[in-house]
Ligand binder design. Structure first.
Ligand code: CP
Length: 340
């Protein structure tokens, strides 16, 4: 039997995504716990830190009578070698292939968070760690954020937009605005958010400074989902033009792929763009001044977005974070067969 994974929602058909969003909305509205996942175990492997992903998955399992077991390789669990064919004479005493095979014998599904090592984009873009777990564990694997995708964040983003715009999402404008940040960050969230908006048939604009182009294959994936779902994709280097009249402003920083692995070069490339920040003036320029603001969190206040936007009526960020819980409940019920 084919094992179903959740690695990248652009690999799913549109119907599966929309059904999952419907189920998440029903679970949220019903606000009831049950025992649909009783006896089910979810292993959560975090190579990188988390607040929302970890707690929302643990909460999702608990709310349906299941359990989650958290592992942090290198902190209480063995550090894992991730390179195929490595001669393991360095620090890591266990290979990710062996860990995946063993964990698959203990639990019914696995979640894996593995950010890119900031050295080589050609290697990072293969999402090897998450895909190794999927290939080797024999159980459903959920990508909890890799170099390329953060599917659960994208699903929560889509649910949040649907809650606020409903069917009008199809006639609405979604702007993904690059933001200045002191450190180069991965591209998984912005790409997943753009895919989520494209799937809702929105007119998607990605605004970033020159030199901060997303991976070409990822841009093509967004464009392909938009084409299929009746939306559109545009790319601009003018943040104010992108925000004027938008219904949704999603701020997110990402590191330049041109300077991937070179922190100094990355800082120099980003330095002229400190003004790429969402403030009240920019939110007032949205459609009727009533566009809403999204960010996956964590966010650097007054760097990426001002306090005035985050604490004001524009902000949807806490709803977004809450919706992680509901889409993941729906996902776990789908993957673990707790269909009731
Ligand atoms: N948005 C998100 O994935 O948050 P965490 O990094 O805290 O899990």
């Amino acid at each position: 039997m084919t094992v179903r994974h959740c690695l990248a929602t652009d690999e799913w058909d549109d119907r599966r995504v929309l059904q999952l969003l419907d189920r998440a909305a029903r679970l949220k509205a019903a606000n009831r716990d049950d025992e649909a996942l009783r006896g089910k175990l979810l292993g959560l492997v975090f190579f990188d830190p988390s607040l929302r992903t970890r707690v929302s998955f643990e909460a999702a399992m608990a709310r349906h009578g299941g359990r989650a077991i958290v592992l942090e390789p290198g902190r209480g669990a063995w550090a894992l070698e991730t390179r195929r064919g490595a001669v393991m004479d360095g620090g890591a005493p266990e290979h990710v292939v062996d860990a995946a095979r063993v964990l698959g014998r203990y639990v019914h599904a696995l979640g894996v968070r593995a950010f890119p090592k900031l050295d080589d984009w050609e290697a990072a873009r293969r999402d090897e760690v998450v895909r190794t777990f999927a290939a080797e564990s024999g159980v459903p694997v959920i990508n909890l954020e890799s170099a390329r995708r953060h599917p659960c964040q994208g699903l929560a983003d889509a649910l949040t937009i649907r809650e606020r715009l409903g069917e009008a999402a199809r006639e609405s404008r979604f702007t993904l605005a690059w933001a200045w940040h002191p450190k180069p960050l991965p591209c998984a969230v912005p790409v997943s958010a753009a895919i989520a908006a494209a799937r809702l048939g929105m007119e998607v604009t990605i605004a970033h400074p020159e030199g901060f182009e997303l991976d070409g294959e990822d841009v093509r994936s967004v464009a392909e989902v938009a084409r299929r779902c009746g939306g559109r994709l545009e790319i601009t280097h003018d943040i104010d033009e992108a925000i004027a009249g938008a219904d949704v402003v999603y701020a997110k920083s990402w590191g330049s792929l041109r300077a991937f692995g070179d922190a100094d070069a990355a800082r120099k490339l980003a330095a002229p763009y400190r003004s790429w920040r969402i403030d009240e003036r920019r939110m007032r320029a949205t459609r009727g001044g009533r566009g809403f603001f999204m960010h996956c969190l964590p966010v650097r206040r007054n760097v990426v977005v001002t306090d005035g936007v985050l604490d004001g009526p524009w902000s949807a960020v806490v709803d977004q974070a809450e919706n992680r819980l509901h889409v993941q409940r729906a996902l776990l019920l789908e993957l673990l067969g707790g269909d009731r």
